[in-house]
Design a protein. Structure first.
Length: 576
């Protein structure tokens, strides 16, 4: 076991180009960042060969999996051979943890290694079960700082000019720990904000004038709103870069626009998972951040991780350009060299060179959302990020909203079931005085449009109303928009808040199987505020109900370190 560990540690050091400082103004590690696809594949093949042997000898979880599949480590000698290794899932890791508490057997760190080489523990979010703990080593910390520094160099962060404020409680989640050590390596100073409430952080933004604000997308919007309440203008602040992770942001067009306009800053993003740290995972670059229209892409580092996409049902690899679930083989860790771990986010991969000059794999459209978050509503599958994009496009929509899925027994026209209603599209403004009596509150029968109701467009079509089933409307909310879903095969759309089907194209929609399907209300929840908007999906339309902008729906309750405002439930912490 000692020989294979030494071999693995040696190969990690061999391919750690420019470990302590960048080797040029444009690239941190030029030889790696601009390597050809053939050169990158050669690095991956060499690392995969040793990583599989290392995992077999030091990680009991993988040794059992290999033995059960009848695979000998020496048979996996390249990336191409990885397809013979079964995909590992978090459910299998959870079962391993239940059988072998408190650490499980899915890392290469046993108790002796932990006492002699250990650095720090991290944990998964635990939203779908018991949090899984991961023990990382001091070498992992060094590798993490190096890979994160490479990514932030690509974003344009520079010493001598930039100062970072990390709006982070320094808890057990992975993302900003790696960023902290990477900023140290880069020579970028950090304004300490751990343990402060949001008011304290807002004052630090004003007093200490950081150029980089690192936090989740929803927290960036919340902090901006709080600054306005304090008489401060986030767009006039010193912040030039918003650096986000933990939730989709950069890949949600309307959210990206709102964040950048709110702060007058450039948005960047990390993507990753606790299981496959220490690495930047996915990251944006300055060229992509400068592209405000059209498809976005998230860089991946081919020399430190091998990413592939698999079919969500069969878990078999799909070709580049096809949508599937993300799978990672981690080639940059002493503690956690996971082999074909199902990160589980929908994406599409390309190997084409980016405009920034980097040659590595990219996730086109970013990472849309993990399969666990996907909703199936009356035959239509969608992600919370799609709902978010729809709501963010509505003028006057407040920053926070909720997604709550519920069903009702019966259906239109059935005994005990809800009756169909008519509701008008409305673009915002104050709710009408008779809003409490309007049919959207649940009164049966058709109702006339509000005076001055606006029209929302989808492609070439317009709609002033849609047939809905009644739902409970949040106090203070009013109807602001009705967006008809297109019929199957209709390829129109453009910049509309229509909701794409998971695993399909924009014009691939499914109609509900029955007009009598239960009514469903979809809301989205963020702990920083109570409900301020909801979205209602019927057989023919998506309806947005949004409370007026301002304090009417806000009753924020912060913990001592404001972590409650930084995390949404049912979202795995993304980023490294």
């Amino acid at each position: 076991m000692g020989d294979i560990r030494e071999e693995w540690l040696a190969i990690l050091q061999r391919y750690r180009s420019a470990p302590g400082a960048p080797d040029s103004e444009r690239w941190w590690a030029r030889s790696l960042d601009t390597a050809s696809q053939d050169e990158l594949r050669a690095v991956q093949d060499e690392k995969v060969r040793v990583a599989v042997g290392y995992a077999y000898e030091t990680i009991p979880f993988y040794r059992r999996r290999f033995d059960a599949a009848g695979i000998r480590p020496g048979e996996v000698r390249s990336v191409e051979d990885l397809r013979h290794v079964p995909v590992a899932t978090k459910q299998e890791m959870a079962a391993d943890l239940a059988e072998h508490p408190p650490w499980g057997t899915y890392t290469a760190v046993d108790d002796a290694t932990w006492r002699s080489r250990g650095w720090q523990t991290f944990a998964t979010s635990g939203t779908t079960g018991q949090p899984r703990l991961f023990r990382y080593t001091r070498l992992d910390r060094e590798l993490w700082a190096w890979s994160d520094a490479r990514a932030m160099w690509a974003m344009g962060f520079r010493p001598g000019r930039d100062v970072a404020l990390l709006a982070f409680g320094y808890g057990p989640h992975v993302w900003l720990w790696g960023v902290h050590y990477a900023l140290n390596l880069m020579g970028v100073p950090i304004v300490t904000a751990g343990g402060l409430d949001s008011g304290g952080r807002a004052r630090l933004v004003d007093m200490c004038r950081p150029t980089i604000l690192a936090c989740t997308p929803s927290y960036a919007l919340y902090l901006a709103s709080l600054m306005r309440d304090m008489g401060l203008d986030p767009a006039a602040s010193s912040v030039r870069y918003l650096f986000c992770a933990g939730e989709p942001g950069f890949s949600v067009p309307a959210t990206r626009r709102r964040l950048e306009r709110t702060w007058g800053a450039e948005l960047h993003e990390f993507y990753g998972c606790t299981e496959a740290a220490p690495s930047a995972g996915g990251y944006t670059c300055d060229a992509m951040a400068a592209t405000k229209e059209g498809p976005v892409g998230t860089h991946l580092m081919d020399d430190v991780q091998y990413w592939e996409v698999v079919d969500p049902v069969t878990l078999e690899p799909v070709p580049d350009g096809s949508r599937g679930l993300s799978v990672v083989t981690n080639l940059v860790s002493e503690a956690s060299p996971q082999i074909r771990f199902l990160a589980g986010d929908f994406t599409t991969l390309t190997r084409e060179r980016c405009d920034c000059g980097r040659t590595h794999t990219r996730a086109m459209g970013g990472f849309l959302g993990r399969a666990d978050d996907m909703l199936n509503v009356r035959g239509i599958t969608l992600f919370p990020s799609s709902v978010e994009d729809a709501i963010r496009r509505v003028p006057g929509a407040s920053d926070e909203f909720a997604i709550v899925v519920s069903t009702r027994a019966g259906g239109p026209g059935r005994a005990g079931g809800p009756d169909p209603l008519r509701a008008a599209a409305r673009r915002g403004g104050a709710p009408p005085r008779d809003a409490a009596a309007h049919p959207v509150q649940g009164q049966a029968g058709p109702g006339p449009p509000h005076a001055g109701a606006g029209r929302l467009r989808w492609g070439g079509a317009t709609s002033t109303g849609a047939t809905l089933t009644p739902v409970d409307q949040p106090r203070g909310a009013h109807l602001v928009g009705s967006v008809p879903l297109p019929p199957p095969g209709d390829a129109r759309g453009g910049e509309s808040p229509c909701l794409p089907v998971a695993g399909g194209s924009r014009d691939d929609y499914r109609q509900p199987s029955s007009a009598d399907a239960p009514a469903v209300r979809i809301n989205r929840f963020c702990r920083s505020r109570p409900l301020s908007a909801c979205l209602v999906l019927s057989a023919t339309s998506v309806l947005l109900e949004v409370a007026p902008q301002g304090r009417c729906a806000r009753q924020a309750r912060e913990s001592s370190d404001a972590n409650a405002a930084q995390h949404r439930p049912n979202r795995r912490a993304r980023g490294a």
